[in-house]
Design a protein around this ligand. Structure first.
Ligand code: SF4
Length: 87
C-alpha cells in the first residue's frame, strides 16, 4: 500500500496538527485478542507508549496529561513525581 493510500484510509490530522488514526478503537487492534495486528510495523508512537522514559518529559507534558487518564502506569509515575516534589 502506498503511503498516500494509507493516509487516506486510516489517518486524519487532529486539532493539534498531529496525524492520528481516523477511528477508535484503532483499526489494527484485534478486538477478540486485544492485540495489535501490525505489531512488528507499529508506528513509533505506539512502540514508545506510554512515553514514561521520554528523555525530555517536560516537552511532552500535554501528552502525559492525556495519558494519565488512560494508562495506569503513567498515572502511577505522575503520582510518584508529585510525592517526590511534595506537591
Ligand atoms: S499498537 Fe498502535 S497500531 Fe497497534 S493496535 Fe495499538 S494503536 Fe493500533
Amino acid at each position: 500500500m502506498k503511503a498516500a493510500d494509507f493516509e487516506a484510509r486510516y489517518l486524519r490530522v487532529d486539532e493539534d496538527g498531529d496525524w492520528v488514526m481516523n477511528s477508535l478503537p484503532c483499526p489494527f487492534l484485534a478486538l477478540d485478542t486485544n492485540k495489535c495486528t501490525i505489531y512488528e510495523y507499529a508506528p513509533k508512537a505506539c512502540r514508545q507508549f506510554p512515553h514514561t522514559d521520554h528523555p525530555n518529559m517536560k516537552s511532552i507534558l500535554p501528552l502525559t496529561e492525556t495519558n494519565v487518564r488512560h494508562c495506569p502506569a503513567v498515572y502511577e509515575m505522575v503520582e510518584r513525581m508529585k510525592l517526590s516534589a511534595d506537591i
